[in-house]
Ligand binder design. Structure first.
Ligand SMILES: Cc1cc2nc3c(=O)[nH]c(=O)nc-3n(C[C@H](O)[C@H](O)[C@H](O)COP(=O)(O)OP(=O)(O)OC[C@H]3O[C@@H](n4cnc5c(N)ncnc54)[C@H](O)[C@@H]3O)c2cc1C
Length: 473
């Protein structure tokens, strides 16, 4: 056992996990692994939060198998960490107290598509790109797009959104029903395919954003949309962040059904130019996309171009060919790798906050000034139509002085957003990283969350140590 593992084990005796690991190895054969490399691949790899590896990884193929795994783990009080593709950014898949990672990757079937009702039923391990490849021939698509090719189960569990949320909503708006394996191994269905329901407590929504702390989602029924007849994308430069934010606020106030409206600050544009070989002017820039009929798209884009012009922005540069559009959005989605080019060798940390849109300009401008005053290498990119933005910080985690500055900056950023009646996370979730801010944001309401957790998972085996801590480890 490494020192890191010994430290984690102090809260729970990991040697007591051995009988469960042996049972899982016996039952699942090559679909169970205790190999160090495989275990490391199932801990946090997307951020600089310390890596905490599980003791074993198991690869189920059905809801019933997940139920069997949970029953074995409950019997020996072994923590369970559900795993989608591990792209979450607040160390949600870390094995805080060791335990068994349940990798949902082999549960990647699309079980049913109901074209007339525009919904489908999928296993939780299917990724959004796999699902959309499956749907394309039917003229349908699933819009939620967090950049990474995340699993639909992981996206539901982090209440993910992304570039399209301004038009299509977040995971909370697009999941109709779930099949969940509960912390005692029982299997529950939380809803139906009806588009709305007033039938009792909204258990579906309880699991959306629960980050695996209440159960393992094994199947989801999600809404689908028709692929728009016409799609147009453009970029639009602005003299400063405030002008760009104000153009966004006006666009949203006009009720224009814009599909994507993303703001990149000049550092982020510089990173994209370097990484994706673009030649954009290095100033705050909006990336926009319009969906609809040809007439509708023209009307929307003309109006937004006028709004941009009123705020000193423009001209629009159109990506009219599908391949130009793909290149543009690929550059937007690749901001993670692009940022690494701003400071080669440094480590990357992404954080996100979300504020009411009327406070967006103020929050972004103050944050930008804070980055400069703190002397950090950082870039801002935002799903600004929702008032949500990310700060990507490139730093050296081994340098205590720099890390103190980063920590101070993160504290101020989160408290600034909360102080504006916003949230410490619009989409990345709490994981291990943002627990202190959750308490600052919701206060005693976290006690209500703890009460729900204690009622459903009295042994605290479902992803313990995430979102909040429980009185007993
Ligand atoms: C480059 C990059 C860009 C990103 N951009 C965005 C963005 O724009 N918007 C956004 O929302 N996110 C973004 N993310 C974060 C990430 O993609 C999302 O958080 C995503 O929803 C995680 O899905 P996943 O399959 O990787 O889940 P994982 O990381 O595997 O798991 C996330 C959490 O959910 C739990 N979990 C996973 N599967 C299940 C299940 N079946 N049942 C119960 N619990 C489960 C895990 O235990 C963990 O707590 C980005 C990440 C990267 C690397």
């Amino acid at each position: 056992m490494t020192t890191q593992e010994q430290t984690q084990a102090s809260a729970r005796d990991r040697s007591s996990y051995q009988p469960a690991l042996e049972k899982l190895a016996h039952r699942f054969g090559e679909r169970f692994s205790a190999n160090r490399t495989v275990r490391e691949q199932h801990a946090n790899i997307t951020s600089w939060h310390p890596v905490k590896v599980p003791d074993g990884v198991v690869f189920p193929e059905s809801t019933e198998e997940v139920s069997e795994i949970v029953r074995i783990c409950v019997e020996h009080r072994v923590p369970i960490i559900p795993f989608g593709v591990g792209s979450s950014l607040e160390a949600g898949v870390n094995a805080t107290f060791g335990g068994v990672s349940i990798d949902m990757g082999r549960m990647s079937n699309v079980l049913a598509i109901h074209e007339d009702d525009m919904d489908c039923v999928v296993q939780a391990g299917v990724t959004r790109k796999q699902l959309n490849a499956h749907l394309r021939s039917q003229g349908l698509f699933f819009p939620i797009d967090p950049g990474a090719d995340a699993s639909i189960g992981g996206m539901a569990s982090t209440r993910a959104s992304g570039t399209n949320a301004v038009r299509y909503g977040t995971m909370k708006d697009n999941v109709l029903a779930l099949t969940v394996v509960m912390p005692d191994g029982s299997i529950r269905k939380t809803g139906t395919r009806a588009r709305k329901s007033a039938a009792g407590y909204d258990i579906t929504r309880l699991f959306i954003g629960a980050e695996g702390t209440l159960g393992v989602i094994t199947e989801l029924t999600v809404k689908l949309y028709g692929i728009p007849q016409s799609i147009a994308a453009a970029v639009c430069p602005f003299p400063d962040l405030e002008a760009a934010c104000n153009a966004v606020i006006t666009t949203i106030r006009y009720g224009i059904p814009i599909a994507r409206i993303e703001l990149l600050d000049e550092a982020q544009v510089r990173a994209c130019n370097l990484h994706s070989k673009l030649t954009l002017p290095e100033v705050p820039t909006l990336f926009l996309e319009f969906h609809g009929t040809e007439v509708g798209v023209k009307e929307q884009s003309d109006t937004v171009a006028e709004i941009a012009n009123d705020w000193g922005g423009g001209p629009f540069e159109w990506a009219s060919q599908p391949e130009d559009r793909t290149r543009l959005w690929q550059a937007r989605h690749d901001v993670y790798w692009a940022c690494l080019e701003l400071r080669p060798g440094a480590k990357y940390l992404a954080t996100d906050v979300c504020v009411p849109i009327s406070r967006l300009a103020e929050c972004m401008v103050e944050t930008k000034a804070d980055i400069e005053a703190t002397g950090l290498v950082a870039a801002i990119v935002g799903h600004v139509g929702d008032g949500n933005f990310h700060v990507s910080i490139m730093a050296e985690p081994e340098d205590p002085e720099e890390m103190a500055r980063v920590k101070g900056f993160l504290d101020r950023l989160n408290l600034r957003a909360i102080g504006m009646d916003g949230t410490c996370t619009g989409e990345h979730g709490i994981g291990e990283g943002k627990q202190a801010f959750l308490i600052r944001e919701l206060g005693d309401t976290v006690e209500t969350m703890r009460a729900i957790k204690a009622a459903l998972d009295p042994q605290n085996i479902m992803n313990p140590g995430k979102v909040f801590t429980m009185p007993t480890a």
